[in-house]
Design a protein around this ligand. Structure first.
Ligand code: DQA
Length: 148
């Protein structure tokens, strides 16, 4: 079983970016924690980050046949990207959407996610744990199969 973790725009700046909102953990730190969890669960994992919507769309497309599930923090593209949503629908792989912050208690424009209606679920507000819980969730979905 192989899971792809995608990080969207500005998440490369974690550690120095709005620490009051996103904490002081770096993206490398998150990826290291994910790698540790993947090993513990006996799952293969790859993490990628891009500031470009099209690159994220291409990675979702290319995931078909290589990865069985995805964990995505689309960052600002959560609230804007029909293209990312369409890519997820096109490949039909289970996706868990994650956010470090609780987007539902922030600005109005963050209340809407284009991805959430086509994701298995969304985990928001637990900092780095959102990623770890999201990773466990997608692995559990894959282990239980489509008829869970
Ligand atoms: C975020 C929330 C988004 O609204 C924001 O644009 C981000 C990060 C989060 O992880 O809390 O860049 O996805």
């Amino acid at each position: 079983m192989k899971v792809l973790v995608l990080h969207g725009p500005n998440l490369n700046l974690l550690g120095m970016r709005e620490p009051g909102m996103y904490g002081t953990e770096t993206l490398d730190g998150i990826n290291t924690a994910l790698a540790r969890l993947a090993k513990e669960l006996g799952v293969e994992m790859e993490c990628r980050q891009s500031n470009m919507e099209g690159e994220l769309v291409t990675w979702v497309q290319q995931a078909a046949g290589v990865f069985q599930g995805l964990v995505i923090n689309p960052a600002a593209y959560t609230h804007t990207s029909v293209a990312l949503r369409d890519a997820v629908l096109a490949v039909g792989l289970p996706v868990v959407e994650v956010h470090l912050s609780n987007v539902h208690k922030r600005e109005d424009f963050r209340q809407r996610s284009f991805l959430a209606p086509v994701a298995v679920g969304q985990i928001s507000g637990f900092g780095i744990d959102s990623y770890l819980l999201g990773f466990r969730a997608v692995v559990s979905v894959l282990q239980q199969g489509p008829d869970r």
